[in-house]
Design a protein around this ligand. Structure first.
Ligand SMILES: N[C@@H](CCC(=O)N[C@@H](CS)C(=O)NCC(=O)O)C(=O)O
Length: 202
């Protein structure tokens, strides 16, 4: 399988940390891809022009990160996403919450770093920052239920908080969220997160 990826994308990190947890990382051939380059051939594989994009050996293409993670988990025998019951919906909801934190954070990053001075909207940025703060507050009580095995929701939380540390240390997401802080400090030691730390390209 070939994974179109970058070392900075937190959505890609969801996929690589999932693959690591499942023992599938060595099955992924990593194809460096700059999704923001208008000349990129990425749209030939994924009309959305986004990474992660997974190219299967039979020619099928999968996107986006929830689909790819669910696919890898199915390959490995449903270890990170329960097959049925209330726990399945909790894990998927938590994945959506972590993805939503990422969506808001990535939008703020783009607003600040990719738009020209005159194109920026303080209103739009504040809307995303409010979403971010609300969603982090919603994550705070949820980690109390994370006593069991690792799952896809927890990995998404980990990647989301790691992205905030990487791009927005000045947001101080830990302040006022002691449970989330404590949980993350333990979780980030997992080999799957240590092996996939975000880094700017050399
Ligand atoms: N919902 C998608 C989001 C993926 C995404 O937005 N990836 C960014 C990189 S961090 C991207 O490829 N952006 C290019 C674009 O939006 O044109 C997922 O979970 O995979």
């Amino acid at each position: 399988m070939r994974l179109r990826y970058s070392t900075t994308s937190p959505y890609v990190r969801k996929v690589t940390s999932t693959a690591h947890e499942l023992g599938l990382l060595d099955k992924l051939e990593l194809v460096p891809t700059n999704a923001w380059d208008p000349a990129s051939d990425l749209p030939e594989d994924n009309p959305l022009g986004k990474i992660p994009t997974l190219l299967l050996d039979d020619g099928e293409v999968l996107y986006d990160s929830p689909v790819i993670c669910a696919y890898l988990d199915a390959l490995a025998g449903d270890r990170l996403l329960p097959g049925a019951g209330p726990e399945r919906w909790r894990v998927l909801r938590n994945e959506a919450l972590g993805d939503g934190v990422l969506d808001a954070a990535v939008l703020v990053f783009l607003e600040r770093n990719r738009r020209g001075e005159g194109e920026r909207s303080a209103w739009w940025e504040q809307l995303q920052l409010d979403t971010l703060a609300r969603s982090l507050d919603a994550m705070e009580p949820l980690v109390a239920g994370f006593a069991g095995d690792v799952d896809l929701g927890q990995l998404t939380f980990g990647c989301a908080l790691g992205y905030l540390d990487f791009r927005f240390p000045e947001l101080h997401w830990r302040e006022g969220r002691p449970a989330l802080d404590r949980w993350y400090e333990g979780f980030v030691d997992r080999p799957s997160l240590q092996a996939t730390m975000p880094r700017d390209p050399a």
